[in-house]
Design a protein around this ligand. Structure first.
Ligand SMILES: C[S@@+](CC[C@H](N)C(=O)[O-])C[C@H]1O[C@@H](n2cnc3c(N)ncnc32)[C@H](O)[C@@H]1O
Length: 217
């Protein structure tokens, strides 16, 4: 192909039909771009987390934050948000008097963003955002725990919380309830709803259920 000018070359490219190879190249290029976006911006730090436990970032709505705070009302002490995203729950809880207020988040971009939000609100250094895998955090001293995670993950998280949290802990779930737990309180409607779970009540309920089960011969 002899082309005399860039314009001629361009029109030649425009006129040529895409072959199978061309389509494959575009598909592969798009795939790589989407993966790079997923791995580099949306889910960095998740390589060691099994796929079924990976939860993408979606910030809580204002109404959701308000409902979570309503359920925490009257309580005090520390608070931990598991998967803290841009830090909004932790920051709001700190403003309501909870301290230490800690967020655990794997995505380093979100940890930076959360710190920026804390700085902008004048609370930088007073709240903590730790780049840690929530599955590896020791929760045995947590009095107030908040979560906004996918339902598939909540099933497994129930076991961790039951095994580690003290009796006087309260767990507040936003958007999705824990599948096997009965909440002691519910606040809000629709996608903004939040559920409060009292650990002592849950354990008593759990014990009664086990006692009710017929014993094996
Ligand atoms: C649905 S967002 C909720 C963000 C925030 N809690 C809120 O209510 O706005 C879930 C967050 O959990 C984080 N996450 C998911 N799995 C995690 C893990 N294993 N350890 C730490 N953070 C995790 C995600 O990166 C994401 O930011």
């Amino acid at each position: 192909m002899d082309t005399d000018s860039p314009e001629e070359l361009l029109s030649e490219i425009r006129e040529r039909r895409l072959g199978v190879w061309g389509v494959l190249q575009i598909a592969a290029g798009t795939g790589v771009a989407v993966y790079a976006m997923w791995a580099g911006i949306l889910m960095p730090g998740f390589r060691k987390v099994p796929l079924r436990l990976q939860v993408p970032y979606l910030p809580a709505s204002r109404a959701q934050v308000r409902n979570v705070m309503t359920l925490l009302h009257g309580r005090s002490g520390n608070v931990a948000d598991l998967g803290s995203g841009d830090g909004r729950i932790v920051l709001e809880a700190y403003k309501k008097g909870f301290s230490p207020a800690v967020g655990y988040e794997l995505n380093p971009w979100l940890v930076r963003l959360a710190n920026f939000h804390a700085w902008r609100a004048g609370h930088y250094g007073k709240v903590s955002y730790l780049r840690e895998d929530l599955w590896k955090v020791d929760l045995s001293r947590c009095k107030n725990v908040t979560v906004f995670l996918a339902p598939s993950v909540l099933t497994l998280l129930q076991d961790k919380l039951l095994a580690e949290l003290p009796d006087d802990a309260l767990v507040v779930a936003g958007r999705f309830p824990f599948p096997d737990w009965t909440p002691s309180q519910v606040e809000g409607e629709g996608v903004d709803r939040a559920w409060g779970y009292n650990m002592q009540t849950l354990r008593q309920h759990h014990k009664q259920e086990v006692q009710k089960e017929p014993s094996q011969p």
